[in-house]
Design a protein around this ligand. Structure first.
Ligand code: NAG
Ligand code: NAG
Ligand code: NAG
Length: 620
């Protein structure tokens, strides 16, 4: 009885809702027509002619321009039809032909896709995760079938730098049925195909249903770079799990594939290491600002289903401190030195200070335990970020224990060269400890540019076969050429284009923060790894790029607006590596931002909505 009552109420509400759309849609005096071709095509808003059918903005956006509403634009050839087919989610069926190993992943990915379609409904219910679709009165819409066929050949279920992420997407119209065919080598490619499929459709307000471009051919769309990352710091400020999940959702909508998780730093140690509970007891901001191992594993899996590798960074030997203070009371001595030391500017680059104690062998035992649990949480690990930046030699050189130890090892001096050598020895030991923790499987290390990678000595300190260097200095730094000449593989995160924390008020002192000004999406988009590499000879060594969201001035409040839609500009640069600049992408970018908002990401508005409705009229 109760069920029936609920059902009646639901039907009444839905009917009222649908009537409202019809009124809004049909009474509009405007129509939108696609004028121009290729990158110059624009939806033009005009007063509708009496008695002629109108085309809504949503309809025009689907069929206008070489890439329609696709973001990132495919790197392959694309043919989009100019007709639209309306259909309902109720008439959607699929056939999934994939190796057993990835069957579960594919089905989950399909469920996510269906959920995205529900989110296109303007009255999507975020609490229930449902949309109040009504049945269109027109049987040619209500009875139209959408049949999705997906096939995958390889059984690969973990992303690596050599995973084939390509896919082909065909949409073929026929009376009564639209057939979608997605063909990919791997699950990861098929997932991207589903993402593109969700972008060639949108909401139709006239009939409260969906509409899809009636014919599409995307032939082997393939990313330009295998590493397309976003780094998030959860130490300066803690970011809750559900906000990281939303970040992974947003990444997947733009085909970014690596979530680089800068978990720990000198400020806090927010991850629980079961065998070393004092780490988080001393180091977490509070017992609620802590990632439990199950939550970490959950995030790794959440990413995998969305085509994203979740990669840990345990920064060392600098950028440690809070969480490492309990050594003396356990009889292990000082594990870290200069922790929270003042005046900070003498011992580190930002408060609070702290560096590992190279003189203390117990420090290595603790580090191994940390690595052991990290590999269990993230397993299997094929890429590991060691951090390795911004060591302050003055910290070590003003610590008696370290100064005494320095005189007993190496050349026995307190010279800069000797400190560099001991830092490099630490790095090599850390690498071997990680390999032990990873059951003997050698992961590729990533390390930030620092004084260790400079000074004409990078090849004597680091092995190019073991490490990829992540370049965060300016995009015109001479270090880039030096690293490439030394045959290192590189990932670009040059701060002058891809640091998303730049351009806000200072947090140490007044004025603006150190890397101001704010970097607009246009600059993010135009920052080209190949251009920075300089010569084509080095393109093979350029693994990709990454934007970094250092969290001194951000937590879950405001995270989305700082990341998006700028992160999507990065996504297109790394997927398509377009030869054109941001101007050619602007209309699609503004559209993609709207789509991100529809999917629950609080991406920042880029322009007045007038520009969205009057495409191409807001250029200076
Ligand atoms: C290492 O091997 C042990 C024993 O086979 C296994 O229990 C553990 O999960 C493995 N660890 C990793 C990180 O793969
Ligand atoms: C360390 O301190 C000593 C003086 O105590 C000084 O001679 C030496 O140059 C310092 N080393 C570095 C790398 O600053
Ligand atoms: C890099 O660009 C900046 C800003 O345009 C300039 O000041 C600097 O001299 C350049 N550096 C090099 C090495 O070209």
């Amino acid at each position: 009885m109760k069920l029936i009552v609920t059902w009646c109420v639901a039907v009444l509400l839905l009917a009222a809702g649908a009537a409202a759309y019809v009124e809004m849609g049909l009474e509009s005096p405007w129509t939108f027509n696609c004028e121009g071709t290729g990158d110059d095509a624009r939806c033009v808003k005009k007063e509708a002619e009496p008695d002629l059918p109108v085309q809504t903005l949503n309809q025009c956006k689907l069929i206008c321009g070489s890439y329609g509403p696709l973001w990132p634009r495919p790197s392959a050839s694309v043919t989009l039809g100019s007709g639209l087919q309306q259909f309902t989610v109720a008439k959607m069926t699929d056939l999934i032909v994939v190796p057993e190993e990835v069957g579960g992943l594919m089905r989950e990915s399909m469920a996510i896709f269906r959920n995205h379609l529900d989110m296109y409904h303007p009255d999507y219910n975020w609490i229930e995760g449902t949309a109040p679709w009504t049945v269109p009165t027109d049987p040619s819409i209500a009875d139209h079938n959408l049949y999705i066929q997906i096939s995958v050949t390889e059984e690969v279920d973990r992303l690596s730098l050599s995973t084939d992420e390509s896919y082909s997407l065909d949409i073929v119209p026929a009376p009564g049925i639209t057939t979608v065919v997605i063909v990919a080598q791997t699950f990861f490619g098929a997932r991207h195909g589903l993402e593109s499929l969700s972008q060639v459709m949108n909401y139709n307000e006239e009939n409260d249903c969906l509409q899809i471009i009636d014919s599409v051919v995307i032939d082997k769309d393939n990313p330009a770079f295998p590493y397309r990352g976003l780094a998030i710091d959860t130490s300066r400020n803690y970011i809750p799990v559900k906000d990281i999940e939303r970040t992974l959702d947003a990444m997947s909508s733009t085909k970014l594939n690596t979530f680089h998780w800068h978990i720990t730093d000198s400020h806090s140690f927010p991850v629980m290491i079961n065998s070393l509970p004092k780490m988080h007891q001393y180091g977490a901001y509070s017992s609620r600002e802590l990632y439990h191992p199950d939550e970490v594993r959950g995030l790794v899996e959440y990413g995998r289903v969305r085509g994203i590798r979740v990669m840990p960074e345990i920064d060392a030997p600098a950028h440690v401190g809070n969480g490492w203070q309990w050594g003396p009371q356990e009889g292990l001595g000082d594990l870290a030195v200069c922790v929270n030391q003042e005046p900070w500017a003498s011992y580190c680059v930002e408060p609070p200070c702290g560096q590992l104690n190279l003189a203390n062998e117990n420090m290595y035992d603790v580090l191994l335990k940390v690595y052991q649990e990290i590999t269990h949480m993230f397993q299997p690990v094929d890429l590991i970020h060691f951090g390795g930046d911004e060591v302050n030699l003055n910290c070590w050189n003003t610590t008696d224990e370290i100064v005494e130890w320095m005189q007993t090892v190496g050349d026995g001096t307190l010279s800069e060269g000797h400190y560099m050598q001991e830092w490099s020895n630490f790095q090599n030991r850390a690498f071997d400890l990680f390999t032990d923790a990873n059951n003997g499987t050698q992961a590729t290390g990533i390390i930030w540019t620092s004084t260790l990678t400079e000074q004409g000595g990078v090849d004597s300190f680091l092995d190019k076969d073991k490490y990829i260097i992540q370049i965060w200095s300016a995009g015109n730094d001479t270090i880039i050429k030096e690293l490439l000449e030394n045959e290192f593989r590189v990932i670009f995160s040059n701060y002058d284009a891809w640091y998303f924390d730049c351009g806000f008020g200072a947090w140490v002192g007044e004025g603006n923060n150190w890397c101001s000004p704010y970097i607009g999406w246009q600059k993010v988009y135009d920052n080209s790894p190949h251009e920075m590499a300089g010569s084509q000879d080095y393109y093979d060594q350029v693994i990709g790029g990454e934007a970094a969201m250092w969290s001194e001035q951000v937590d879950q409040v405001g995270l989305d607006a700082k990341l998006w839609p700028r992160g999507a500009a990065l996504g297109e640069r790394l997927w398509s590596n377009p030869s054109s600049s941001w101007e050619a992408a602007e209309v699609r970018m503004v559209h993609h931002r709207q789509r991100m908002v529809q999917r629950g990401v609080a991406a920042e508005r880029l322009q007045p909505k007038w520009c969205f409705q009057n495409e191409g009229l807001c250029y200076a």
